[in-house]
Design a protein around this ligand. Structure first.
Ligand SMILES: C[S@@+](CC[C@H](N)C(=O)[O-])C[C@H]1O[C@@H](n2cnc3c(N)ncnc32)[C@H](O)[C@@H]1O
Length: 224
């Protein structure tokens, strides 16, 4: 049986979860929120908004996990006019009670915590409206057999690392994602591994190795 991950304190004092069976944390050990804000929000969402027309964005995330990327993306819709349709794949859903132990509410405050609770407590495989500008569909399915006719403008590739889940970082997965994106679509991931960069290039993306989050030199951004 799958043992629940345990709470892990990062070097910046923030918390993440740790999977003992694979010796892997859900976020950077140097800062969970700092990593998500840098890799997915700044270099993904902000980059996309600065370079593309339109304010309606469809996001696909590989690995819902703690819901941190979904929540930080939702927060970007508060006080702006952007609209986000967010789809997120997950194979091992986590209980909200465990995620609450990470105390992410100290980052966004108690008023917004209700939206985070909704994201965790809503049904899987149903489209729900978290707010007028943000909808969420959590999909309980592996990326390995996920198929879709949807076109996603932005992909947050946040699976466990290539050395832990090599099957997800393969050319055939990147080709599948390539065909789920329109021209100009943006893919971001925290990994900067050479094999991953080359597989993304072979899939057809233009790949940039850019500055990573605190204490990590690089990350990858791939553009269709
Ligand atoms: C590095 S964690 C990141 C999770 C999340 N983005 C977060 O901020 O908490 C990777 C996540 O991918 C999920 N995962 C593992 N295998 C998967 C698969 N084949 N398809 C989709 N998600 C998967 C894990 O259960 C885990 O929640």
């Amino acid at each position: 049986m799958f043992a629940l991950p345990t709470v892990f304190t990062n070097t910046d004092g923030s918390k993440t979860l740790f999977r003992e069976d694979i010796d892997e944390t859900y976020h950077s050990r140097h800062g969970a929120i700092a990593e998500s804000l840098h890799v997915f929000i700044k270099e993904g969402l902000h980059y996309f908004l600065a370079n593309q027309e339109g304010k309606n964005i469809r996001i696909l995330e590989i690995g819902f996990g703690t819901g941190l990327n979904a929540m930080l993306s939702y927060l970007e819709t508060v006080s702006t006019t952007i609209k986000i349709e967010y789809h997120s794949l997950e194979t091992i859903p986590l209980p909200y009670s465990l995620v609450q132990d990470l105390q992410y509410a100290t980052h966004w405050g108690n008023n917004e915590e209700q939206q985070f609770a909704t994201m965790h407590q809503c049904n899987w495989n149903e489209n729900i409206q978290v707010s007028e500008q943000f909808s969420l569909k959590k999909i309980k399915q592996s990326m390995l057999n996920f198929e879709s006719n949807e076109l996603y403008n932005l992909i947050y590739f946040d699976a466990f690392g290539p050395d832990k889940q090599a099957e997800l970082w393969q050319l055939e997965i990147f080709v599948k994602l390539y065909y789920m994106m329109p021209i100009g679509g943006v893919f971001v991931t925290y990994s900067s591994k050479g094999d991953v960069r080359r597989a993304l290039q072979t899939a057809g993306f233009k790949v940039e190795k850019i500055a990573g989050p605190p204490r990590k030199r690089h990350m990858l951004r791939a553009i269709k």
